[in-house]
Write a protein that binds this ligand. Structure first.
Ligand code: FE
Length: 131
């Protein structure tokens, strides 16, 4: 289990830029095809942009065509948790950072082999660390 990171709303507002704050702390979604990582193909790991927890490896990244970074598996299952999300008239499974509760995106059951999962994640919730 990773380290818990607890910060006040005011601290998050100071540390994050506007879009990061709205997505990671207020569950907004960045515009499709607008993020810095949706086409990113370098080898490395993707960390939580809020707390630095390691979330995804570039090896599990695939091009979903959705306009958001997409992964078929987490790097470490314990690093994230899911919640049922019925907002915006949809039934989705929200993915959150287990360390700091950042909203990362959603996971869908239409991903590629081997998992069949598609983690659809906002670029601004991630921070890339090259190998
Ligand atoms: Fe985090």
């Amino acid at each position: 289990m990773g380290t818990r990171v607890e910060k006040t709303d005011q601290e998050w507002r100071q540390e994050l830029d506007d879009l990061q704050y709205r997505v990671a702390r207020e569950n907004a979604t960045e515009r499709a095809f607008s993020g810095q990582y949706y086409q990113h193909k370098d080898a490395g790991r993707y960390l939580c942009s809020c707390c630095g927890a390691a979330l995804f490896d570039s090896q599990s990244k695939f091009d979903s065509g959705s306009g958001w970074p997409s992964f078929y598996a987490p790097l470490n299952e314990d690093a994230m948790r899911v919640e049922f999300d019925e907002s915006h008239g949809m039934r989705r499974t929200e993915v959150l950072c287990a360390g700091c509760d950042a909203h990362l995106g959603h996971v869908f059951a239409d991903g590629p082999a081997p998992s069949g999962q598609r983690y659809c994640i906002n670029s601004v919730s991630l921070k890339f660390e090259p190998d």
